[in-house]
Design a protein around this ligand. Structure first.
Ligand code: CO
Length: 134
């Protein structure tokens, strides 16, 4: 898999209205985008940290993936996203190597990127996102 960098780290938060000022005031980062991703039942807020971003995720539906995650584990690190060129190629390669996929093919995520998730049960407990332009 041709990973160029960590694209972002996804962090589940209870309330963006509290989490955004925390990231801005304590870490001096600037929230440059807030976006609803209806498909994933989340509202996201993005901060740049060098080549990597922090993606804060607030649930818009208790039955959505972030709502369930927070109920089970509380707020915290939710996923790591690796940047590749071609997401479908990377997903196919992972599957070929025995990794269980959540997404067999890519779908649209935040910031217009193609994304696909690998199942945490086959990635040593880390929900892993693959994302890229293609
Ligand atoms: Co993500």
């Amino acid at each position: 898999m041709d990973i160029s960098h960590i694209e972002h780290i996804g962090i589940a938060v209870k309330d963006l209205k509290e989490a955004i000022p925390f990231y801005e005031n304590v870490f001096g980062l600037k929230c440059y985008s807030i976006e609803k991703v209806a498909d994933q039942k989340v509202k996201t807020a993005f901060f740049k940290v060098g080549d990597t971003k922090i993606e804060l995720l607030e649930s818009t539906d208790p039955e959505g993936p972030i709502g369930k995650f927070i109920e089970k584990k509380g707020p915290g690190v939710h996923h790591i996203a690796f940047a590749v060129n071609n997401v479908n190629n990377a997903l196919a390669e992972a599957e070929e190597k025995g990794v269980r996929l959540i997404d067999k093919t890519s779908r649209k995520g935040a910031e217009g990127l193609n994304i696909g998730f690998l199942h945490p049960k086959s990635t040593h407990g880390v929900l892993t996102e693959i994302c890229g332009e293609e």
